[in-house]
Write a protein that binds this ligand. Structure first.
Ligand code: GLN
Length: 406
């Protein structure tokens, strides 16, 4: 779906490679490509995880007011003071953690930049990073770009649809070596919907301490939880305060994925390094939207209850529709994706199935292989996002029923 290069841009024979070895090692984002394909074929986009409903009125108003008040120049490179203060206040309230907004927070262009800036700040060539798979697509290229060596540990799908994705403790332990610099966590998890339990995080904590490794934890879905699942931040566990980088953002919690405001919270020594990388990568996140972020983080508790309840209703709308259409589904405990098993459809792999779905059925999904280190590992899975209006989900459900008749 990438536009063809103009003839002038086509490389001729050269004495040295035009493209870096790093850039050669990964493809364009499959998630973002599926969005372009959804546009191309007029398909319902259940691929990329962004809401198709409005963001809260008060935070849109706050953004408009910030622009009108001419907060239109660079914020302080590591983040507007008002937003950093609001992040510290929110972490105190929800995680019970004292964070110094002057020394421990870096506001970035989304959690995407917070993650790559953190990895670039801590890794040297050859350092190993432990990553659970399936993983959010970005972590693979992030590891390559930062020069780290990923060590993948499988999250095994549950045998029955109501079960939990699990890692094997021995497999996780075996992935830690003296070269392990960090483990990347993402809880609630994209794409599986797993919410790591306190006991699981305790086990990970023990390994981090034993191997002197850091935890980089992406918690952007912390408020999107179902069925009584509880979110635990690993930074709150014993001895983890000094070895955790906690990443979060406005995108999912406040339905503003296009604003590109996220942050990394880490002890001062780590934050100093993250801030330097961030400064030279992007200088700063959009200034007026950071001001609006301070308003967002100040929303009352009822906002978060409403958010989780609305997402539960959306999940419970799409899950039966997928089952009815012939998918084997894994019910998420958190986040807003459903991983499915497509074994019942008889397609050779996830990519050909997702192509059929977007072109002939009119629904865009994400092929499972984009969440794994090797294509064959996700060849029987596709992911659907349900951060969509009832009308969108119902139309997708209607179209998916065509799969049965095909
Ligand atoms: N997190 C979203 C997803 O997994 C979107 C990510 C992105 O495109 N930046 O679909």
């Amino acid at each position: 779906m990438v536009p063809k290069p103009s003839p002038a841009a086509v490389p001729t024979t050269r004495s040295k490679p035009l493209i870096s070895g790093k850039a050669e090692r990964f493809t364009e984002s499959v998630i973002r490509d599926m969005t372009r394909q959804a546009h191309l074929y007029g398909a319902i986009n259940l691929a990329q995880g962004f809401p198709d409903f409005p963001a809260p009125a008060e935070i849109k108003r706050a953004a408009q007011e910030a622009i009108t008040a001419d907060l239109n120049q660079y914020a302080i490179t590591w983040g507007a003071r008002s937003l950093r203060q609001a992040i510290a206040t929110k972490m105190k309230k929800w995680q019970g953690l004292e964070v110094d907004p002057e020394a421990e927070i870096t506001v970035c262009c989304g959690s995407t930049e917070a993650m790559i800036a953190s990895l670039m700040a801590i890794t040297n060539a050859g350092d190993e990073i432990v990553v659970f798979e399936p993983f959010y697509e970005n972590y693979g290229p992030d590891a390559i770009l930062s020069g780290a060596q990923p060590r993948f540990v499988t999250l095994h799908p549950p045998a029955d649809p109501t079960g939990e994705w699990q890692f094997d403790k021995r497999e996780l332990r075996a992935a830690f070596t003296p070269r392990t610099k960090a483990i990347i966590l993402n809880t609630p998890n994209n794409p599986t919907g797993k919410v790591f339990t306190r006991a699981e995080l305790e086990f990970i904590r023990e390994l981090c301490v034993e191997f002197d490794a850091l935890a980089i934890t992406d918690e952007i879905y912390e408020h999107i939880l179902y069925d009584g699942a509880r979110h635990t931040s690993i930074v709150t566990l014993d001895s983890m305060r000094e070895r955790t980088i906690t990443i979060n953002s406005l995108s999912k919690t406040y339905s503003v994925t296009g604003w590109r405001v996220g942050w990394a919270v880490a002890p001062p020594v780590l934050t100093n390094a993250i801030r330097k990388v961030h400064d030279f990568l992007t200088v700063g996140a959009p200034a007026p939207l950071q001001e609006a972020g301070a308003t967002a983080l100040d929303l009352p508790e009822s906002y978060y209850e409403g958010l989780a309840a609305a997402y539960r209703a959306r999940r419970d709308r799409l899950l039966p529709a997928l089952r009815q259409a012939g998918f084997k589904t894994f019910a998420p405990r958190g986040a807003y994706y459903i991983m499915t098993d497509i074994g019942g459809f008889g397609f050779p792999d996830d990519v050909s199935f997702a192509q059929h779905l977007v072109k002939d059925i009119g629904v865009a999904s994400v092929p499972g292989s984009s969440f794994y280190s090797h294509p064959k590992l996700g060849a029987h899975q596709v992911r659907f996002a349900f951060c969509k209006t009832d009308a969108t989900l119902d139309e997708a459900a209607r179209r998916l029923l065509k799969l049965k008749k095909a």
